[in-house]
Each structure stands twice: as structure tokens, then as C-alpha cells.
Design a protein around this ligand. Structure first.
Ligand code: NAD
Length: 370
């Protein structure tokens, strides 16, 4: 039986509430004899600030570096709004992303038929939607230098951000997208603005070269980022894997997210380089949502994004695609049978708690595995 080292960082607000349900799924996998998990639990965000005066301790950082995957809840809340900038709750997540060198952010947008009416688009456009946006996470205009605001001395100021990409950064994110597509519907759409940006010209060139050299069997198309934004709301099911830079990925993944309904449904993965020696890659899995202070402590949080993030860990870090499929099927079945937390209530009359939703998913997993 395989053994994996996991670091759980529940964080703040609803983070610990939804993490508790993911932990029950881990227990279920162990009880079924499918894998063993060496689980460590640490503090991040406001919880770490309260305990250590910083957003993540060095000890927990060491555990993160030594883990096969970090499973992250959410951080932040009004209690820590006034703490110094460099130890604010989000700094814990940023430090993890930086030190683990997580350059690829994967955000699936899946629309379960039972929730299709929660989308702002028509049911037929989104029902059974299943696409993934692969966003470059550590480069581009958010990090490029110079990054300045200069006083021009004539009552004017000048702001500069720099969009910068090197070949290797585009190659490695392209490989993540092509590998992902091979395990899905075998199609990659690469997106940039080569009509107006030099970084777009290079992006297009490098993605095309990687495709020619290493992934000729995968279908590749290119769409300008503005056109892709339009297509994403016109006909989202035409896509399989979309790969794009940090800035466009930030925007397009939020658009894709809203095609599917609630924040409480959206998982994500952030991946680093494959270590040539161990063949493993550093990885962090987290729901897209934040700590939801407005509902924290009330047992109302939807645990599906968190459990879905664990499912991604099983698929991408642990090679347990079959169990990940079962988790997705269990979620779909539970939704189809009418279970709703408040955020995905729609016209449902009965609302279930976080724990009830966890119970229902586990019961469904039992059925699927029987
Ligand atoms: P949020 O995602 O926490 O909440 C937005 C809205 O969605 C709220 O009404 C909330 O109740 C609801 N919601 C979110 N997740 C839900 C779930 N699982 N089930 C049911 N409802 C859910 O975003 P926000 O309100 O803008 O931010 C709250 C705090 O979270 C802030 O401190 C912010 O900085 C932080 N934040 C953290 C992360 C992260 O940890 N990655 C991401 C976004 C925001």
C-alpha cells in the first residue's frame, strides 16, 4: 500500500470546518486500505500569527517542504485586518507558493447538472462543463521589474509594471497543460495577446515549439486572450485545457469559476517542478474560496471545494485517479439527490450543514466502492 506525507493547514474561519470533512475522506481512504497517510497538521494565516507572530512558522515551512502535498484551507478575517503587512494572513500562502516554487495553478471549472441553474449562463451552455485553466503563477506582470510609480515633477506621475517571461517559464507551464490534456480530452488552447505584446509573441512561439517537439499527439489551438474571454461565456464547452499567463489566467479563471455557480464548489491545485531525482513535484491544494468570516463557526460552509481539492491531490500527487473519480462521482450524486448547503440553495427547501454534506459524500463513497 502506498504511503504519502501530507501537511494539513486548515487556517482561519471556515478553513478548519471544511478541512475536518476532507480529513474524514482521508480516513475513509485509509480504512478501505487504498493508501496510508502520514498526516501532520500546522498553523497558517491568522491562527499562525496568534501562535507565533508570523503567518507561518519556520517549523511548518519545513514540514511543507518535506511533504508530498500540502492541503490548505483558507486564511484571513477581520481579526487580523490591522496586523503588520508582512505578517498578514495571506503572507503565509504567498510564502508557501514562493518557497515551494509553485509555478502552475490549475483551476477546474466543473458544472454539475444538478447546479446548472445556479450559473448566470443558460443550462445548455454549462451543464456538464468540465474545463481546466492552467495559469502561470510565479512570473509575468505581477512580478516583473521595474515596477514603480515615479513622480514626474509636473503634477503627473508615471506607473510602470513589466510583463516579462523567459523561454523556460513558458516551456514548463506548457508541459503541465499538455500532460494534463493527455489525461483528459487531449486539447490545449493557449492564450496570449501576441497582436500587441512581445511577451505574447514569445509565448505563442514557445508553446508551438513544445507542441511540435514533445506533444504532437495533443490538439493545440491558439486564441487571443480577449477573444478567449468572449468564447468562455459564449460557448465554454469548446475548451478542455486552457493555458495562459499570470494576468490573463487570473481574470479568465474567475470568469470560468462563475460559470459553475458558487465559490464553495471550486477546488484548485498549485504545482511545482518535477524533482529529477525523486520524480515527485511539490504541490499545494486549496479551495478557491476564502475564510468566509460571515458564516464561520456556524456549520454552514460548503465542504465540496475542499474535498474536491483533496481529490485533485489524489489525482495529481498520489496517482490515485480512480479514487479521485469516485470522489467527483460521489459529489455529483449527492447534489443530484438534492443535498444543498446554503450557498447552493437555489430553490431547495431543505438546507444541510457542513457535517451533513460530509456524511452524504462518505455514504455515497461507500456505495460507489461497494
Ligand atoms: P470569501 O471567499 O471568504 O467569501 C465570499 C462569499 O462567499 C461570502 O459570502 C462567503 O460566506 C461565501 N463563501 C465562501 N466560501 C464558502 C463556502 N465554502 N461555503 C459557503 N459559502 C462560502 O471571500 P471574502 O469574503 O472576500 O474574504 C474573506 C476573507 O478571506 C478575507 O480575509 C480574505 O482576505 C480571505 N481570502 C482568503 C483566501 C485564501 O485563503 N486563499 C482567498 C480569498 C479571500
Amino acid at each position: 500500500m502506498p504511503t504519502f506525507n501530507l501537511l494539513l493547514l486548515p487556517g482561519d474561519g471556515i478553513g478548519p470546518e471544511v478541512m475536518a470533512q476532507a480529513r474524514r475522506v482521508l480516513d475513509w481512504i485509509e480504512k478501505r486500505g487504498l493508501a496510508t497517510f502520514n498526516i501532520e497538521e500546522g498553523l497558517v494565516g491568522g491562527a499562525a500569527y496568534d501562535a507565533h507572530g508570523k503567518a507561518i512558522s519556520e517549523d511548518d515551512m519545513k514540514k511543507a517542504m518535506a511533504s508530498d502535498a500540502v492541503i490548505f484551507g483558507a486564511v484571513g478575517g477581520p481579526k487580523w485586518d490591522k496586523v503588520p503587512y508582512d505578517v498578514r494572513p495571506e503572507a503565509g500562502l504567498l510564502r508557501l507558493r514562493k518557497d515551494l516554487a509553485l509555478f502552475a495553478n490549475l483551476r477546474p471549472a466543473i458544472c454539475y447538472p444538478a447546479l446548472a441553474d445556479a450559473s448566470s449562463l443558460k443550462r445548455e451552455l454549462v451543464e456538464n462543463l468540465d474545463i481546466v485553466i492552467v495559469r502561470e503563477l510565479t512570473g509575468g506582470v505581477y512580478f516583473g521589474e521595474p515596477k514603480t510609480i515615479t513622480d514626474l515633477g509636473n503634477g503627473q506621475k508615471r506607473a510602470i509594471d513589466t510583463q516579462v517571461y523567459d523561454t523556460y517559464e513558458i516551456e514548463r507551464i506548457a508541459r503541465v497543460a499538455f500532460d494534463l490534456a493527455k489525461a483528459r480530452k487531449n486539447k490545449v488552447t493557449s492564450s496570449e495577446k501576441r497582436n500587441v505584446m512581445k511577451s505574447g509573441v514569445l509565448w505563442h512561439e514557445v508553446v508551438t515549439q513544445v507542441h511540435q517537439r514533445e506533444y504532437k499527439d495533443v490538439e493545440l489551438e491558439h486564441q487571443l486572450a480577449d477573444a478567449l474571454g468572449m468564447q468562455l461565456v459564449r460557448n465554454p464547452k469548446q475548451f478542455d485545457v486552457i493555458v495562459t499567463d499570470n494576468l490573463f489566467g487570473d481574470m479568465l479563471s474567475d470568469v470560468a469559476a462563475m460559470l459553475t455557480g458558487s465559490l464553495g464548489m471550486l477546488p484548485s491545485a498549485s504545482l511545482g517542478e518535477v524533482d529529477p531525482k525523486t520524480k515527485k513535484r511539490r504541490a499545494l491544494y486549496e479551495p478557491v474560496h476564502g475564510s468566509a468570516p460571515d458564516i464561520a463557526g456556524r456549520g454552514m460552509a460548503n465542504p465540496i471545494a475542499m474535498i474536491g481539492s483533496l481529490g485533485m491531490a489524489l489525482r495529481y500527487s498520489f496517482g490515485m485517479g480512480k479514487v479521485a473519480d469516485q470522489i467527483e462521482e460521489a459529489i455529483a450524486n449527492v447534489l443530484a439527490s438534492g443535498h444543498r448547503t446554503a450557498d447552493i440553495r437555489g430553490s431547495a427547501t431543505k438546507i444541510v450543514s457542513t457535517q451533513d454534506m460530509g456524511d452524504a459524500i462518505l455514504a455515497e463513497l461507500d456505495k460507489l466502492a461497494a
